[in-house]
Design a protein around this ligand. Structure first.
Ligand code: NAP
Ligand code: MG
Length: 500
């Protein structure tokens, strides 16, 4: 087969190219600058393997400068004490600016991560709406008056936590930055954000939008670099008041250990191995199978909530497997700029090797490969992988227990509802799950029995800003989005007043 040139159709818009040319900066106290040590690292386009930009590797000194800037901004109240209506107006403006520039920012995330442009566009709109949602919260957080006894007037207030160190992964670069920064600012905090080294680019676009829309210098700072250096320095910094982390469970545990030294407040959004349960009364099997494939292969399977375990009633098993394998084979793998691409490359060669390693492990454990299993042959370059499906998976296999973070689906079977629930819960994670059934009683019964922070019924993967999101078990601590974000980014003060 003749090799396909993946760069065909990659006509980078002029504003995106200008952005890439100037993307090698940190942002500390409103100033865009190089790292103090002068070291840099490259970020690449995972479809073409070309270098997109050279990014400064922040040192411990740079992280300290960013934290001190955020601390000064917190203490002098340049953001916190602005009238609520003004803060809200600025955050609404940020939402509108993101929406207006969505096409271009989506190009940046597509190039840096590999995802299809149309999918990145959906994330941009979600990010714009995240700022709008939290803009609406600015003047709606207040305390209580608490009747205690005569002669005492007691009230509570909700205050910002202070300086928030925010560390994010590479699967939804811009959206994760929005999920972190929007609530932190809405509740009056200041931030230092560290994006993942694989996708450092689009966070800079957001920081620039914040400045243009009137967020004062020093309120939102950006440091770049590898987790072990930049991330670790942020987590260990004594002047950080809170760490908000999204990433792997393994690093989440390290962060929690490290944060113990300073008793930083910590919220963790971690990994998953989410079960997708199909009962025989689910309805049109071919439709459900297509949705199940999408639930696993969307964003090349690099989704914390990906439905990576398909748990199917034995009576419909053969039909489901056939349809899911068909959907996997029909998924068009290609570069994000091609209109017909349904799935882009994996984010990096390291991730590709990791996922291929899991494919070998699953085969070695005796799981049966029914679709994919390797790289598409038509591309000479790029970290592409075909959507892969394993049948005959049992709970004891690593492929049933560990997060692969790639387009690899494991199919398990059950005989009755109790076994389905037991299989669903028999992992250390508890991020999400789905139930497909037309029996309303069963739908609620199973949703209630599954240990996960989100359960979908007859749908998969839906999230929205008003709906709180987070993990049970080893999938995390705390909730993002929705009203529970108030808990994550404020702290309560009780005030006692002697009135006599
Ligand atoms: P990761 O390796 O845990 O990295 C996440 C972030 O932590 C990156 O910015 C990383 O920096 C940084 N980091 C690594 N080591 C660190 C350390 N010792 N101290 C401080 N920071 C450190 O995760 P990933 O591979 O980027 O992302 C995939 C994971 O994120 C999956 O497990 C997925 O389930 C999870 N995720 C969860 C959610 C959720 O909301 N529950 C959402 C999305 C993703 P560098 O990459 O620059 O080294
Ligand atoms: Mg990249």
């Amino acid at each position: 087969m003749a090799a396909v040139d993946v760069t065909t159709g990659r006509d980078i818009p002029a504003d995106v190219q200008d952005f890439l040319d100037g993307a090698g900066v940190l942002v500390i106290d409103g100033e865009e600058r190089a790292a103090s040590g002068g070291a840099t690292f490259d970020t690449v386009d995972p479809a073409s393997e070309e270098v997109l930009a050279s990014i400064p590797q922040a040192t411990e000194d740079d992280v300290d400068a960013a934290v001190q800037a955020a601390k000064r901004a917190h203490l002098d109240g340049r953001w916190r004490t602005l009238p609520a209506a003004k803060k809200a107006r600025i955050l609404f403006k940020v939402g509108d600016a993101i929406q207006k520039q969505a096409e271009s920012i989506a190009w940046v995330d597509m190039l840096d991560h590999g995802k299809p442009h149309k999918h990145a566009m959906g994330e941009m709109i979600a990010a714009a709406n995240c700022f709008r949602y939290f803009a609406g919260w600015v003047d709606k957080v207040y305390g209580d008056t608490i009747p205690v006894r005569d002669g005492r007037f007691v009230y509570s207030t909700r205050e910002p936590v202070g300086v928030c160190g925010q560390i994010i992964p590479w699967n939804f670069p811009f959206l994760m930055a929005a999920w972190k920064i929007a609530p932190a600012l809405a509740f009056g905090n200041t931030v230092v954000l560290k994006p993942a080294e694989q996708t450092p680019l689009s966070a800079l676009w957001l920081i620039r939008i914040l400045k243009e829309c009137g967020v004062p210098d020093g309120v939102a700072n950006l440091v770049q670099g590898v987790g072990e250096v930049t991330g670790a320095a942020l987590v260990a910094h004594p002047d950080v008041d809170k760490i908000a982390f999204t990433g792997s469970t393994e690093v989440g545990k390290m962060i929690m250990r490290s944060a113990a030294d300073n008793l930083h407040k910590v919220t963790l959004e971690l990994g998953g191995k989410s079960p997708n349960l199909i009962f025989p009364d689910a309805g049109d099997i071919s439709r459900v199978a297509k949705k199940a494939a999408f639930a696993c292969f969307y964003n090349a399977g690099e989704v914390c909530t990906a439905g990576t375990r398909l748990v199917v009633d034995r009576s419909i098993h053969d039909e489901v497997v056939e349809q899911v394998a068909k959907a996997a084979d029909a998924t068009k793998v290609g570069p994000g700029w091609a209109d017909d691409t349904a799935m882009g490359p994996l984010v990096s060669d390291e991730q590709l090797q990791r996922v291929k390693g899991y494919i070998d492990i699953a085969s070695g454990e005796g799981a049966e490969l029914v679709a994919g299993g390797g790289q598409p042959e038509e591309y000479e370059k790029g970290f592409f992988l075909r959507p892969t499906v394993f049948d005959g998976v049992v709970t004891e296999m690593r492929i049933a227990q560990e997060e692969v973070f790639g387009p690899v689906l494991a199919i398990q079977s059950f005989d009755d509802e109790d076994e389905a629930i037991a299989l669903a819960n028999d992992v250390s994670f508890g991020l999400a799950a789905a139930v497909w059934t037309r029996d309303v009683g069963r739908a609620h019964r199973v949703a209630g029995a599954i240990k996960a922070g989100t359960v979908w019924v007859n749908t998969y993967g839906e999230l929205d800003n008003p709906v709180s999101f987070g993990g049970f078990k080893q999938s995390g601590i705390g909730r993002e989005l929705g009203p529970h974000a108030v808990e994550a980014y404020t702290q309560v003060k009780s005030v006692w007043v002697a009135t006599s």
